[in-house]
Design a protein around this ligand. Structure first.
Ligand code: FAD
Ligand code: DLZ
Ligand code: SF4
Length: 515
């Protein structure tokens, strides 16, 4: 006699919107029930940008529809159904459907892993947590790669991922004879660049309903809700991928590090949004980009640079997040404790670069990598802002932010708060870097060429002050040797002038005054 499979719940989280998800592959359409929900705890663990909330909820609703069309039974709770947490949602669904077993693909955050493990330990529930095989490197593979290494460097890890995926490989060797073409990818912007606009999708009825909900329930959160133009289905996300490959990829490498005041997106892909939520598969994206190189539609420096970001950086930071454990987000190597300035929310600052990055973040829930790293990130580092506050800001304001990817980039890459686990030296820089790589300084009230005067660029003095403050901890860093020699060669009066100017700016910050 064939016994019927007992009905199970498959919990699909808001960033697991992939039809080939391991939990769905393990499920049985004829008997299992998918449960999804817009939850108070998930919508409020940080005060997410309004556009991020609308994006996640709308993409979840569209995915639930897609699953129903595919023959699944989906029990979907909207925000107004009032469920607080995954635990609440699952307990209610388990009771309604008479299920005891819950299947879920491993979540992207320690907080949620712990919640589901706790649920599994409560009487009457069994929770099966499956690997998230949408990533190229498993946590076990990352651990064995990392084991015994003195330092974890992305470049060596990346080569392993090239070998594993076969992307841009010519047998055992990298295509083009080099693993990395980054030296070709640091061009400053030039006059007359004409990048394509992002693909803008008109909100449909489902999205419009979500926009109303977000406006009503989260009206006081940071960020503009309108215009809302993100893709919320896999089909539209695939259109965004095609558009990127056809129109932006060829110059992606050249201008990857550039910043232009009037161009929010330059030649960046904006695909992180869609990959992180599950609408696009990272390996598929890389294969399509590689195909563009093979068909002579994009040069090698662009294609290699793009693929490195995904199979290199994206996988590397994830490995670090899971390897380091839940306390990673509390690391504070320098003991920085200054409050996050208000202008991270308002954009009201005389620093044109920071103002532009925050304003576009407010408008789009997006800023590109160099804005995140070298503008808002560097300022927070050299001004000594508390890393945990900075982490929560980044997690809230970007539509592509989930802790597994955001935290290593913020705590490790931008703030060096992990003491050098992710990067070999802090990304501290003076205004000269921003001036070289952008056109912001031309329109700024501060002068980037002035060092210590009243209208001198704040980055200049804060940079030297940061290095001087931390000479004891950073002085032995081989990569900073030349910089510290320059500092020591500076005459005492100049050093004092830098430090006095920095002190003046930091005191203004502490008093909440505009800088
Ligand atoms: P593109 O410039 O077009 O790059 C292509 C893809 O490469 C991205 O979509 C992304 O999937 C991947 N990628 C590139 N750099 C990184 C990186 N350092 N780490 C992981 N993936 C990378 N990325 C997030 O996905 N979520 C975040 O919350 C996030 N926070 C960041 C915070 C800081 C301080 C910094 C310095 C970087 C952060 N990044 C984050 C990495 C990177 O800035 C974004 O992935 C990128 O800006 C997204 O825009 P895009 O899709 O246009 O990327
Ligand atoms: C980011 C997010 C938001 C804002 N809301 C929800 C939600 O209501 N329901 C849900 O299932 N997921 C949401 N998410 C994504 C989760 O926070 C994400 O799955 C975890 O942080 C793990 O990465
Ligand atoms: Fe930023 Fe300084 Fe340039 Fe102004 S002068 S835009 S503060 S780097």
């Amino acid at each position: 006699m064939v016994t019927a499979q007992a009905k199970r719940l498959i919990l699909v989280l808001g960033d697991q919107l992939s039809t080939d998800l391991s939990s769905l592959e393990a499920g049985d359409k004829s008997s299992d029930i998918i449960v999804m929900g817009e939850l108070k705890a998930e919508a409020s663990y940080v005060r997410h940008h309004k556009k991020k909330l609308a994006f996640v909820f709308s993409a979840m609703r569209h995915f639930a529809e897609e699953l129903r069309h595919g023959g699944w039974t989906v029990d979907y709770a909207t925000y107004n159904d009032g469920y607080k947490s995954f635990t609440d949602l699952v307990k209610a669904a388990a009771k309604n459907h008479g299920c005891k077993t819950i299947i879920v693909t491993s979540p992207g955050e320690w907080r949620v892993v712990r919640e589901l493990e706790n649920l599994g330990q409560s009487r009457g529930y069994s929770v099966e947590i499956l690997h998230d095989d949408r990533f190229i490197c498993t946590n076990e593979e990352f651990s064995s790669w990392a084991e015994g290494r003195k330092a974890l460097r992305m470049e060596y890890f990346y080569r392993e991922m090239r070998r594993k995926t076969g992307l841009l490989m010519d047998g055992e060797d990298p295509v083009g004879g080099q693993w990395n073409f980054d030296q070709e990818n640091r061009k400053p912007p030039k006059e007359g660049l004409d990048p394509p606009d992002a693909l803008r999708i008109e909100p449909d009825a489902i999205t419009k309903e979500v926009l109303t909900l977000v406006d009503e329930e989260f009206g006081d959160h940071f960020g503009d809700l309108d215009p809302f133009w993100f893709a919320v289905t896999r089909d539209d996300a695939l259109k965004a991928l095609d558009r990127f490959i056809d129109e932006a990829l060829p110059l992606f490498g050249d201008y990857q590090d550039a910043m232009v005041g009037t161009e929010k997106f330059l030649y960046h892909s904006l695909l992180g949004l869609y990959i992180n939520i599950g609408l696009l598969d990272p390996l598929h994206v890389c294969q399509e980009v590689e195909a563009a190189y093979n068909d002579n539609r994009a040069p090698l420096n662009a294609v290699e640079g793009f693929i490195r970001q995904i199979i290199g950086w994206r996988e590397f930071v994830r490995g670090i997040y899971w390897r380091e454990g839940p306390d990673y987000v509390t690391r504070n190597f320098f003991g920085h404790d200054r409050e996050l300035p208000d202008f991270y929310w308002s954009g009201e600052t005389d620093m044109a670069c920071v103002g532009a990055a925050v304003t576009q973040t407010k408008e789009e829930a997006y800023a590109h990598h160099i804005q995140r790293l070298m503008v808002t990130g560097t300022f927070a580092l050299i001004a000594g802002i508390n890393p945990h506050e900075v982490h929560e800001w980044y997690l809230a304001v970007y539509a592509d932010a989930y802790e597994w990817v955001e935290a290593p980039n913020v705590v490790g890459m931008a703030l060096f708060a992990d003491g050098g686990l992710l990067g070999s030296k802090p990304y501290a820089a003076s205004g000269a870097y921003i001036n070289r790589m952008s056109d912001y300084c031309k329109g700024c009230s501060y002068s980037v060429s002035k060092k210590t005067e009243e209208n001198a660029c704040p980055f200049n003095s804060l940079y030297w002050d940061f290095l001087a403050r931390h000479q004891e901890t950073l002085g032995n860093n081989a990569r900073l040797g030349q910089i510290y020699r320059n500092w020591e060669r500076m005459d005492g009066a100049k050093q004092r002038a830098y430090r006095t100017r920095a002190q003046h700016l930091l005191e203004k910050l502490d008093r909440g005054e505009r800088i």
